[in-house]
Design a protein around this ligand. Structure first.
Ligand code: E4P
Length: 217
């Protein structure tokens, strides 16, 4: 399972990278705005800065919503750095653009996916990644994990190579449950990765070992 961090914050990306288990980064316009990045040139530079910190894929989202504009913006993003994956919304024009990018060898992440049907369409169009937003489904009393399981079954039935990128992860149990279902990738905040470290028996066990080790001296 690949671990992506879902942020545009360079310090958090560095911290996750230093842990040695980071496989990539996802961003979106809200995350870029949160970091106060303004202006096209600064946004493009920020994507390159992220690529220089991590070794893996970095999703950069288009703002355009028509085929021609998505293609223009996506090609500009893809040319920035070999690690860039063009993030395209799950709309009709987006699906056409994903097919176009796929035919040209440009990698894509189909975002804002909330149903198995949308995920099927994204795979048919040749998306590299599909991003079902499980946290946002949970927020409205709908089982986000169930959606991940349905997509896994559909992709396995037909051997689709599109990778399931479980997005909108909110906490550590989302990560563990996505791993049990077989999501290819998870993207979440740094806290969802850090949470995997924690167990009180590890802490108390280590404290006892260190205490007993004092008798060695
Ligand atoms: C996915 O790529 C999105 O950036 C993200 O996971 C959305 O998460 P949120 O629901 O916490 O905003």
């Amino acid at each position: 399972m690949k671990f992506f961090i879902d942020t545009a914050n360079l310090d958090q990306i560095r911290e996750a990278q230093e842990l040695g288990v980071l496989d990539g980064v996802t961003t979106n316009p809200s995350l870029m705005a949160k970091e106060g990045i303004r202006g096209r040139d600064n946004i493009l530079k920020h994507y390159v800065d992220i690529c220089e910190i991590v070794d893996g894929d970095v999703s950069a989202e288009v703002i355009a919503t028509t085929f021609d504009e998505i293609v223009k913006e996506g090609e500009e993003l893809a040319e920035l750095h070999p690690q860039i994956v063009v993030k395209v919304p799950m709309i009709k024009e987006g699906i056409k653009a994903i097919k176009y990018f796929s035919d040209k060898g440009i990698r894509t992440n189909c975002t804002l996916v909330f149903s198995a049907g949308q995920a099927l369409l994204a795979a048919k169009a040749g998306a590299t990644y599909v991003s079902p937003f499980l946290g946002r489904l949970d927020d409205i009393s709908t089982d986000g994990l169930q959606l991940i399981a349905e997509i896994r079954q559909i992709y396995d039935n037909y051997g689709f190579e599109t990778q399931i990128l479980a997005a909108s992860i909110r906490h550590t149990m989302h990560v563990v449950n996505c791993a049990k279902i077989g999501a290819d990738v998870m993207t979440g905040p740094l806290s969802s990765i850090d949470g995997l470290l924690k167990h009180p028996l590890t802490d108390s066990g280590l404290a006892k070992f260190l205490e007993d080790a004092k008798s060695f001296n």
